[in-house]
Design a protein around this ligand. Structure first.
Ligand SMILES: Cc1ncc(C[n+]2csc(CCOP(=O)(O)OP(=O)(O)O)c2C)c(N)n1
Ligand SMILES: [Mg+2]
Length: 572
């Protein structure tokens, strides 16, 4: 067969570093699927395109390699949308080949016609159609280059007649994606240093922009005698080997991180775009350094905002900083954080027949998972337990939907991670609601034989929403989930499966589950009444009132047992 545009497209993606393409074949995609089948790119055959987008996004985020997904026209390429929002917000370089009906039929509300420019403009750095065969290579290169350099999703719309057309001789366009080193000017660094050198009580708030800068960030804290709080996305990069760590702030953080930020006189934000303005201090001077200029001062007014990569900026800033001496401010929050951790670790259960709290389950997994395990996490209470109780130690990584906040990303992201890191242990911390949303792709796990380890935090409800409704003073509605034994479901679908209901069986089951050579699923019936308790100093008054109102309403409606159980489970 003579060379087609489809071949040019795939050749170009391969040259740009694409190793895998996730999707579902069909009509307008078939010519491209044929080109992939004779290329070095691996096709990963999903059951739902949304899961394909989550998998591609996780692979791209973890490896920093361009990763592809592809769909047929209309609904086939529409289904990626939620997963691509997730990838885009995580700045993961993903390219979607959205195939389209033939050019001649576009604009007539033809069968399966969808305007992908409209659909994908909110979650992409590039969204263009290949309009003629003569521009195929050039436009594919432009898509790859945008995804890799602007960090996000590129959507390449490819009408079927174009994919099928004979390839043209084009100039040898190739992708250039080298990254510059960026740091503030010397004058700006002097100004920043002057404020920090005068500060008495400085706190660092570190975000995901600190990736790759652990040494420099810790050295800066040492120089400034500064406690260091971190965001949930910064956890993997700064929490470990860090004597200055005081934990997270925010609704799922702890009092030490929260107060260290509110009580300081200078706050140094490093690669940190934490969204909630009520957790920023109003009187302190705030210095913000971020690689993305649009992040500067958008959450809270700042004194100085400067653009720079954290590692390069701190390397240039450190020689300008004087060694601070007094460490009473630092010691206060470090000690407070140590006590919080000690209290959390001391959680015990009443005996082998006790029900299993989600927090306890996360701790047992923390104990037994590999030291370089990769964790994916569904949105919901399970995300809170994971962020609070999984220690990364610098080698593990956690992948939750922390910017887009979607359910169901856990299992498909684990597929993508295991595909690109076959030697690593990949653990998916799933919610029963999130897991069943894309349950069909458990068949992909079996068909592609990806040996991920899935644990379902099975509380029989949309737990997080149940808590939200209760704290608004409402009686929970529409949150119950009628679940099967997911261990048996797993076995019927062709993987190892088991269900655990009692505390005494848990540890042995976790060891057995993690030791499985192939994919394995552990269904753990966790306590449905466990609340996610925000640290007491910042429980919003309306939430306290809400819980009280709910309690009163539940009592009135004869649900005294629920209330009693909630109290027993949550009041230490
Ligand atoms: C796609 C999507 N739909 C709805 C929501 C709103 N939401 C957030 S958490 C949640 C409940 C999750 O339930 P489950 O997976 O069982 O986790 P749990 O909170 O019970 O641990 C819902 C419905 C969302 N974030 N994403
Ligand atoms: Mg649940």
């Amino acid at each position: 067969m003579s060379k087609r545009v489809a071949d040019v497209l795939i050749e170009t993606l391969q040259a740009a570093g694409v190793k895998r393409c996730y999707g579902i074949v069909g009509d307008t995609l078939n010519q491209i699927a044929r080109a992939i089948s004779v290329s070095e790119i691996e096709w990963v055959h999903m059951r739902h395109e949304e899961a394909g987008a989550f998998a591609a996004g996780a692979e791209a985020e973890f490896t920093d390699n361009l990763t592809a997904c592809a769909g047929s026209c209309g609904p086939g390429s529409l289904h990626f949308i939620n997963g691509l929002y997730e990838a885009h917000r995580n700045r993961a370089p993903v390219v979607l080949i959205a195939t389209q009906i033939v050019r001649q039929d576009i604009g007539f509300q033809s069968i399966q016609e969808v305007d992908f420019n409209e659909v994908y403009k909110g979650c992409s750095v590039f969204c263009e159609m290949i309009i003629t065969p003569e521009q195929a290579r050039r436009k594919t290169v432009a898509a790859c280059q945008a995804a890799l350099t602007k960090r996000g999703v590129a959507v390449l719309i490819v009408p079927a007649d174009i994919a099928n057309a004979p390839a043209h001789d084009e100039l040898p366009y190739t992708v250039h994606a080298r990254r510059p080193l960026i740091r503030p000017s010397d004058t700006d660094l002097d100004e920043i240093a002057a404020i920090l050198n005068k500060g008495d009580a400085i706190t660092i708030y570190a975000g995901a922009g600190c990736a790759g800068a652990h040494g420099e960030v810790v050295a800066t804290a040492a120089r400034l005698k500064a406690p260091m709080a971190h965001t949930s996305r910064g956890k993997d990069f700064v929490e470990y080997d860090n004597p200055y760590n005081v934990g997270m702030s925010g609704m799922i953080g702890g009092p030490a991180g929260y107060h260290a930020i509110l009580d300081c006189d200078v706050l140094l934000l490093l690669g940190c775009d934490f969204a909630w303005s009520q957790f920023y201090p109003n009187k302190a001077k705030i210095i913000q350094i971020d690689a993305d200029p649009t992040h500067l001062g958008r959450r809270h007014p700042v004194t100085i905002g400067a653009v720079g990569d954290i590692k390069a900026t701190l390397e240039a800033l450190l020689p300008r900083l004087k060694q601070h001496q007094g460490d009473s401010f630092l010691a206060k929050y470090v000690e407070r954080h140590r006590k919080e951790r000690q209290a959390a670790d001391a959680e015990t259960l009443s005996g082998p027949d006790a029900s299993i709290p989600g927090s306890y389950l996360a701790k047992v997994i923390n104990k037994h998972a590999a030291e370089d395990a990769l964790f994916t996490v569904d949105d919901g209470t399970v995300l809170v337990w994971t962020l609070r109780h999984i220690d990364t130690g610098g080698k593990r990584r956690t992948f939750g939907s922390l910017l887009h906040g979607t359910m169901a990303s856990g299992m498909p992201s684990a597929i993508g991670l295991q595909k690109c890191a076959p030697g690593r242990q990949v653990v998916c911390m799933a919610g029963d609601g999130g897991f069943t949303m894309l349950l069909g792709d458990l068949l992909t796990v079996v068909q592609e034989n990806v040996p991920i380890k899935i644990v379902v935090f099975d509380n029989g409800k949309l737990g997080f929403i149940d808590i939200e409704q209760k704290s608004a003073g409402l009686e929970p509605v529409f949150t119950n989930l009628k679940n099967p034994d997911f261990g048996k479901v797993a076995e019927a679908m062709g993987l190892w499966g088991r269900c655990v209901t009692k505390a005494g069986e848990l540890e042995g089951a976790i060891v057995e589950w993690l030791a499985q050579p192939g994919p394995a699923l552990l269904d753990v019936k966790v306590n449905p009444m466990q609340l996610v308790m925000p640290p007491s100093p910042f429980v919003r008054p309306e939430a306290v009132v809400g819980m009280a109102v709910y309690t009163a309403k539940a009592m009135l409606h004869g649900k005294g047992h629920d209330v009693w159980e909630m109290i027993v489970e949550n009041i230490p």
